[in-house]
Design a protein around this ligand. Structure first.
Ligand SMILES: [Zn+2]
Length: 372
């Protein structure tokens, strides 16, 4: 079980600094959670993740269920032991992957039938089955099975998903027997009354934490922030709030100002493998020829392993040569950059300077990864 402690609330925005106490250690919030889809954060060893101050990682139930299988992970002694990671882990429920990856799927009130992306085999997830899988994997925080909808969604479709997400959340709570912290998920697409209804229904079930799902799926950012503005106030003040699937630095800072505590996204690791760096001077495409003779630091204002030891020219050489180390160094920097950004945001919140911090940051970094 977890315990959430609010350390300080900013006096001008909704931002707050907190601590989530777990059996595998404390998590200082706001926090960014690197994503280890298949029980590995791509290009990073657990020791590397610790070196950049990673407090918690996320792993994907859908992928682990298909391969290597949750029974194997249970036999290994749980995911922490299997992947040699002794800090907190969160697993999602697989709902988002089923809806985004599986072309062949059939949703009923009972559950969702889908085809494996690996071999095309047919599988059926119910809320009870997802609890069984997540309990076998053994993460500290686990998520209910929900039904996300695409953007834009018809009102009727969003309404059905809200009701189904509520029913499935209730069944997850009923089936959940371990001391893992089970979080509820709010849906409702872009409809204000449906978002509010979903939040009220999910809060009514009573979970130790709440996620806002179905955001950052293609809707314009003003709409996303609008949804946060009326959804977050319905969520209990004394429980962690988790916004799923957000990784653009500007979006993170803006969302912190609405009172979000937890984030995850594949963005920093995925763009790193495409040769992109998130830096204090904006997005850098390291494939660009202008870095060929640039012997300066990757980010002039950053002090991570990559920035301290390697030039832009060297990193560009690795990237254009297709060398593994290029992906490793950029992943290291991008994750360290986002984790440091969250730590700086937390420091600013603690001294009631978050509004100034946010304004300064957004001058340089307006939605730079929004198009990816
Ligand atoms: Zn760096």
């Amino acid at each position: 079980m977890i315990k959430f402690e609010i350390v300080h609330e900013d006096n001008k925005t909704g931002a707050r600094a907190g601590i989530i106490h777990t059996a595998h250690g404390d998590i200082e919030t706001p926090v960014f959670m690197p994503v280890g889809t298949r029980a590995t954060v791509k290009a990073m060893t657990p020791e590397s993740l610790k070196a950049i101050g990673t407090q918690i990682i996320l792993s994907n139930t859908y992928h682990l269920y298909l391969r290597p299988g949750h029974d194997l992970i249970k036999d290994a002694g749980g995911l922490h032991k299997f992947m040699h990671w002794d800090r907190p882990i969160l697993t999602d429920s697989g709902g988002f992957q089923i809806f985004s990856l599986s072309e062949m799927r059939k949703v009923t009130d009972e559950g969702v039938e889908f085809r494996s992306v690996i071999d095309g085999s047919t599988h059926f997830f119910t809320p009870e089955k997802v609890m069984e899988i997540e309990e076998a994997i053994g993460a500290d925080i686990i998520m209910v099975l929900d039904e996300p909808v695409k953007y834009p969604a018809e009102r009727k479709e969003a309404e059905i998903a809200v009701k189904r997400t509520y029913n499935w959340a209730s069944r997850c709570k009923e089936a959940h027997k371990t001391d893992q912290a089970l979080f509820g998920i709010v849906q409702g697409s872009t409809y204000e009354d449906l978002r509010k209804l979903s939040a009220e229904l999910i809060v009514d079930i009573d979970f130790p934490g709440y996620a806002i799902g179905g955001l950052s799926v293609g809707e314009p950012y003003p709409i996303m922030y609008d949804i946060l503005s009326y959804t977050v106030p319905i969520l209990p003040r004394d429980k962690p709030r988790y916004m799923m699937g957000l990784g653009d630095p500007t979006n993170l800072i803006e969302s912190v100002s609405y009172g979000i505590d937890m984030f995850d996204c594949v963005l920093p690791t995925r763009v790193a493998r495409n040769g992109l760096a998130m830096t204090s001077v904006g997005k850098l495409n390291m494939r660009n020829a202008k870095y060929a003779n640039d012997f300066s630091k990757l980010d002039p204002n950053h002090g991570c392993y990559t920035c301290n030891n390697f030039s832009r020219a060297y990193i560009r050489h690795l990237v254009v040569s297709g060398e593994i180390l290029g992906a490793i160094l950029l992943t290291w920097h991008n994750l360290a950059y986002l984790l440091d950004l969250m730590r700086r945001a937390r420091q600013a919140i603690l001294v009631d300077k978050f509004a100034e911090f946010k304004a300064d940051y957004e001058v340089v970094h307006e939605d730079e990864f929004g198009a990816i």
